[in-house]
Design a protein around this ligand. Structure first.
Ligand code: SAH
Length: 245
């Protein structure tokens, strides 16, 4: 799959005008939505300025890629608002001096692939799990086209509520779908050395972003802002019939 042009009909895919327009939109997104709301980590800012968010949304939403809201990505799923992606990433940042460099990261809910691309751009080795095979295949193609191939991001099709026991422990786990509780397998796959899990926990209609941190056997929880995500559907999440009607 080729990248879609940023402004349809204005410039050919990958042309200079196209790239410049997207670069300007990303600078504005970072200034107005990210820095203005207090997120300042220079590495995170650089990654947000680098990853071509417009390449991860479908043609219909292309012109809206950098707006301050979630967008549809097909199969009834959404790509989160840029600020929510940034805030979750910031909250999961490994505390070691190397930060994201060489960190092992797990994402549940690949969706468009944008969040996975951001983690790879930050320097993490990423495993990302998606339950919809079609979304996973499309995301893997988009990621490869954007330069984040399988050596940086492994996309798996599975029920992500089981995590990836063969690939852990993880320094960071991001769950980008809403769960009634924190899935136990994910806590056990957190690095005991300060591993952090960020997950929206709550009802179907509204959740609290929750940060779970593990130090040895001690597990602490902290709540951040209220958010609305599509449901995490699986053994340790919502039941399919609850969530999909
Ligand atoms: N992080 C994505 C957005 C995710 S939307 C992005 O950057 O675009 C939530 C995704 O979670 C959807 O694609 C949905 O299909 C997926 N999902 C829901 N339950 C899941 C489960 N148990 N395992 C893996 N993926 C799941």
């Amino acid at each position: 799959m080729r990248w879609r042009p940023f402004r349809r009909g204005r410039a050919a895919t990958g042309s200079r005008t196209d790239d410049d327009a997207a670069t300007r939109e990303r600078r504005r997104m970072v200034a107005e939505q990210i820095e203005a709301r207090g997120l300042r980590d220079p590495e995170l800012i650089r990654a947000l300025l680098t990853v071509p968010r417009h390449a991860f949304v479908g043609a219909a939403e292309n012109a809206h890629a950098y707006e301050d809201r979630a967008l549809g990505i097909g199969s009834g799923q959404t790509i989160s608002q840029p600020y929510v992606v940034a805030a979750m990433t910031d909250a999961a940042r490994p505390r070691s001096p190397a930060g994201w460099r060489g960190a092992r990261a797990l994402e549940i809910g690949t969706g468009s692939g944008y969040q996975a691309a951001l983690l790879a751009e930050l320097g993490a080795d990423v495993v990302s799990i998606e339950r919809h095979a079609d979304l996973a295949a499309e995301a893997a193609e988009r990621l490869a086209a954007a330069g984040y191939g399988p050596e940086r991001i492994e996309v798996r099709v599975a029920d992500g509520t089981h995590g990836a026991p063969d690939a852990g422990p993880f320094d960071a786990i991001l769950v980008t779908a809403a769960s009634p509780t924190v899935p136990e397998p994910l806590i056990s796959q957190l690095s005991p050395d300060g591993g952090r899990l960020v997950i929206p926990v709550g009802e179907r209609e509204s959740q609290a972003l929750t940060v779970v941190e593990r130090r040895g056997d001690e597990v602490t929880r902290r709540r951040m802002e209220q958010v609305v995500f599509v449901p995490l559907i699986g053994e340790h999440g919502f039941a399919a019939e609850d969530a999909e009607g």
